[in-house]
Design a protein around this ligand. Structure first.
Ligand SMILES: Cc1cc2nc3c(=O)[nH]c(=O)nc-3n(C[C@H](O)[C@H](O)[C@H](O)COP(=O)(O)O)c2cc1C
Length: 325
């Protein structure tokens, strides 16, 4: 049996499972493994130092899979922004057919991608943002609940409410993100009105994720309490794994009058990269969500996706129907 939804039809994949963009993790090894297993793998544009490196990474991914894969373009409000338009052009020139946009003011990028017939999945964390992205002309929404790794926004609405609230307002296909890691989550997402799931943290704990085994072991070891919310007072909340660095960031920013400069040396992306590559778990931030409480092993991507689909199908075809008397 296969699970066919408007989302699987839209992007031409077998299973309604997407691997969300992940800085330093969303490389060809992981994206191709997800796509080969019937999901949608995404390269992360800004993981590549230059737009030309992104072109090469897309070519490399093509040598590893002949299935559809996409690219995540994360637009963050930074003091010295990367050359977004050039990354965008690299994506367009490379013949990519699906893009995940995330972050602030995606309009200019959405318009350019749409003009080239590229399907855009916009990931956002609030119903009002989903509604305006739909109006902007994106093809699908990925709605990211408070449980998620990364930036959950400032509204603190978990998926159980956010997903059906968004489903009530959105007409285009929508996938659910944040806190998903198993077949129960997929079945629940479908019941809540989504047409698939997006996962980040769970895909980090797979054989193919290009990160140090000690980081994968940490995700298995941690439970659902193993995260910190940082940058709350700066109104740029991020959910990261709990470690000595994120504990320190929370503590420093809790002090009266604290500003970003007080923690800048701790939260640099380069430090997080060192952590992922060397397995030194105190080197920087490690991005991870509450779903760590549902991660108990490190399977291959193919094993993970098959398990999620089989379990979701069993829930929908056996466990739930058996309750109807
Ligand atoms: C290590 C890591 C890095 C991430 N980096 C990005 C990123 O660069 N851009 C982005 O849009 N989302 C990023 N995310 C968020 C994921 O794409 C996804 O939305 C999120 O992980 C979903 O929540 P989950 O971790 O509970 O599955 C990252 C997540 C992780 C775990």
């Amino acid at each position: 049996m296969t699970l066919r939804t408007r989302f699987t039809e839209l992007v031409g994949i077998e299973h309604p499972i997407v691997q969300g963009g992940m800085q330093w993790v969303g490389r060809a090894e992981l994206a191709s493994a997800v796509s080969n297993a019937g999901g949608l793998g995404l390269l992360t544009a800004l993981t590549q130092p230059t737009p030309d490196d992104l072109r090469r990474e897309i070519d490399r991914c093509r040598t590893m899979t002949d299935k559809p894969f996409g690219v995540n373009l994360t637009i963050l409000p930074t003091v010295s922004p990367p050359p977004y338009a050039e990354y965008r052009q690299a994506i367009i020139d490379s013949g990519i057919t699906v893009v995940e946009t995330a972050g602030h003011r995606p309009q200019e990028h959405v318009e350019a991608f749409k003009a080239h017939g590229i399907k855009v999945i916009h990931k956002c964390t609030a119903v009002r943002h989903a509604v305006s992205a739909e109006r902007m002309g994106v093809d699908a929404i990925s709605i990211d609940g408070f449980e998620c790794a990364g930036h959950p926004g400032e509204d603190d609405v978990p998926g159980l409410v956010l997903i059906p609230a968004a489903a009530d307002r959105i007409k285009i296909p929508m996938i659910a993100s944040g806190g998903f890691g198993d077949g129960r989550g997929l079945a629940a997402a479908l019941a809540l009105g989504a047409e698939g799931i997006n996962m980040g943290t769970r895909f980090c704990a797979t054989v193919e994720a290009p990160i140090h085994p000690r980081v994968k072991a940490l995700l298995v070891e941690n439970d659902e309490r193993g995260t910190n919310l940082i940058f709350r007072k700066l109104h740029n909340t991020a959910r990261v794994g709990r470690n000595s660095v994120s504990d320190q960031v929370v503590e420093l920013l809790d002090k009266p009058g604290a500003v970003f400069a007080d923690v800048a040396h701790l939260v640099r992306g380069a430090q997080g990269r060192i952590l992922l590559e060397t397995g030194d778990l105190d080197a920087g931030l490690v991005w991870a969500g509450q779903v760590q409480g549902l991660i108990h092993d490190i399977p291959t991507v193919a094993e993970l996706i098959a398990r999620i689909i089989n379990d979701a199908e069993a829930i929908m075809s056996r466990r739930l129907p058996a309750l109807l008397v």
